[in-house]
Design a protein around this ligand. Structure first.
Ligand code: M6R
Length: 606
């Protein structure tokens, strides 16, 4: 949801700055720009609509001289995708430039006042008020820092802002409120960025800024201060766990495919998470009234966990989509809100946690990004350790979350006495079969899945169906198909189909059915009834199931048979197969796989 970056050094930084926003492009990619101070009283800004590589070449970003600069890659919120609305935005005298991620909710009022006072606005964005406000205060105090702080104090909403000024060419000023911002400390340069992927090629040392603080960054130092009191704040320098190779494509044509192929490793990492951490969280889920929350993919993962808690954990928790959380949730001190998020920055999920805290609930989270806002907000945290997920679509992080939540649910079951320790251990042993089964799926089945995707790529409507724990897998798989291929897909319980949606079944509507293994007899039979109902109406049906004794039933149009594995792991493997189906459909349709239209990796606005 917009990536902001800044670099400050003693030498020219243009190329590094471009690299930073290139690395952040998954946060937004409709337009981009850079601003540089280079000795002139006017800041040089170059920007345009389009992706970083294209705009950078057209606008010759790399030829900008200067050693202090900021840059931005945009996901439009206020104002259309135009050159004027692209960041950075500058003051009337072009002596200040800002980049911003977030939403300034009082921008209309500020804009009216500043316009009355003679400021000329060039864009439709909420961001532009920030830079005019700073300019206004600077005229009164002639201090860049004082003007920056005075302006921030007037801002309402959410923001991460990086600002440069020709009056202080050796400083980058930055601030955050509910939008991510991090300082990177390099050997020959310092950085500010929305997240550390921006500068991971140059340094792994980072400092996190908290809400209510601002920072002034020089090429060899930085200071963090409280906005309210101006007092200096001391923050620990952290060593980041990821390195730059992890964020490269490594020979794969797309990050999505690379990340799908990383799943065996990621599952092992999830299984290696310290038992004490899992037990701790499980204990909390047993002691409190558990509410699970996430949004998009992570909501479906919490729904999957809801089934796991219900079947194995001895109680059915609520699972609420975090965007609706505040409208539904009624928490108290006996509640535990467990949030699930890859980025740890998603506005809706962060808001759910804030609402929960205000209602005196305990909070916990499973997140992938160390130091993210959620990681720093909650009372208990489990870090996934899945490595950087660059593709806008979540694949490996989602599977890891399923594994971790399954472990927590099993442990909760042991604590509640609904399952024995022996049974829990047997299921964990089953989970350990997943990495190998995924390897075999990738090696032996991708070709077939690719063939199906190609053959069905003319289809514009898909239903993804599943029962019980296979139902959230169906919903998640439908979301994958939609976001990467732009093909309409709906995920629903297979039992729900006959209550209306079945009217849509014809030769233009394909169905995917996530079949339970035969040993789950009742579930298997119920799922087969839905398959028969679709068949009777002439619809194409793709079954995804584990290899079992005997032939798959002939009613399916096509079957993806997954390698023999314990029946418990069927849904995890089916999800991987469905990821491949979406991926190959999007490849066939020549979609923008890693950065689908209109999306952003981390949605940090309401
Ligand atoms: O970073 P988060 O896991 O909190 O993100 C939540 C959703 O925005 C995210 O899962 C989204 O649905 C993805 N595009 C799914 O592929």
């Amino acid at each position: 949801m917009c990536g902001i970056a800044g670099v400050i050094s003693l030498g020219d930084i243009a190329e590094r700055l471009v690299q930073c926003i290139h690395n952040l492009e998954y946060r937004g990619y409709d337009s981009c720009g850079v601003a540089m101070v280079n000795g002139s009283p006017h800041i040089h800004v170059r920007k345009n609509i389009g992706a970083v590589a294209e705009v950078s070449e057209k606008e010759r970003f790399s030829s900008l001289a200067g050693h202090t600069g900021i840059a931005h890659t945009r996901w439009a919120t206020h104002g259309k995708v135009t050159r004027e609305n692209a960041h950075p935005h500058s003051s009337c005298a072009a002596d200040f430039s800002v980049t911003h991620n977030g939403i300034i909710s009082n921008h209309e009022r500020l804009r009216a006042r500043l316009t009355r006072d003679g400021h000329k606005f060039l864009s439709e964005t909420d961001t532009e008020v920030i830079v005019h406000l700073v300019e206004d205060y600077f005229m009164k105090s002639m201090s860049v820092e004082k003007a920056f702080v005075a302006a921030i104090r007037e801002l309402e909403g959410t923001y991460a802002v990086a600002m440069i000024s020709s009056h202080e060419p050796d400083r980058i000023f930055c601030v955050r409120k509910e939008s991510p911002l991090i300082i990177g400390l390099g050997t020959d340069a310092n950085y500010v960025a929305s997240d550390f992927n921006a500068f991971v090629d140059h340094t792994k040392k980072a400092v996190f800024i908290e809400d209510g603080e601002y920072a002034v960054v020089a090429h060899d130092s930085h200071s963090i201060k409280s906005i309210a009191t101006g007092e200096a704040v001391c923050r620990e320098v952290l060593e980041l766990p990821w390195d730059s190779e992890m964020a490269q494509k490594g020979g794969f044509p797309h990050y999505m495919l690379k990340e799908i192929y990383e799943q065996p490793t990621v599952v092992n990492s999830a299984l290696d998470i310290d038992e004490a951490k899992i037990e701790n969280l499980a204990r909390l889920t047993v002691e409190k009234n558990l509410v699970l929350t996430g949004v998009g993919t992570t909501f479906y993962i919490t729904q999957f966990a809801q089934y796991m808690f219900s079947i194995y954990g001895g109680a059915t928790p609520l699972a609420l989509s975090s965007d609706e959380f505040r409208h539904l949730a009624r928490m108290n001190k006996d509640s535990l809100v467990l949030a699930v998020s890859q980025s740890g920055e998603t506005y809706d999920t962060l808001t759910a946690l804030r609402v929960a805290k205000n209602q005196r609930a305990s909070t916990a989270a499973i997140v992938n990004v160390m130091g993210s806002s959620m990681a720093r907000t909650v009372d208990s945290l489990i870090l996934q350790g899945s490595g950087p997920e660059i593709c806008v679509l979540s694949t490996k992080a989602a599977l890891s979350q399923m594994i971790i939540l399954t472990r927590v649910a099993l442990e909760a079951g042991v604590l509640r006495g609904t399952i024995t320790r022996k049974e829990a251990n047997a299921r964990i042993k089953d989970l350990r079969a997943i990495p190998d089964a995924i390897e075999r799926t990738l090696n032996e089945k991708s070709g077939f899945i690719h063939t199906i995707a190609k053959a069905q790529s003319h289809i514009n409507h898909w239903l993804f169906l599943g029962r019980e724990r296979y139902y959230p897998v169906a919903r998640e798989s439908a979301l994958k198909m939609k976001e990467v291929s732009y093909v309409h897909a709906e995920g629903m319980p297979s039992g729900f189909l006959k209550h209306g949606t079945i009217a849509l079944i014809d030769e233009k509507m394909n169905s995917v059915v996530f079949m339970p293994p035969k040993e789950q007899k009742e579930l298997y039979d119920l799922s087969m009834s839905s398959v028969e109902e679709i068949r009777a109406r002439g619809g194409y049906i793709l079954g995804i199931m584990l290899e079992e004794k005997g032939k798959p039933p002939g009613v399916f149009s096509d079957v993806i048979t997954l390698p023999k594995a314990p029946s418990f792991v069927a849904p995890y493997l089916q999800m991987v197969a469905a990821q491949l189906l979406s991926y190959f459909t999007a490849v066939t349709l020549k979609r923008n796989i890693d950065r689908p239209r209109s999306l952003a990796k981390s949605v940090t606005v309401a």
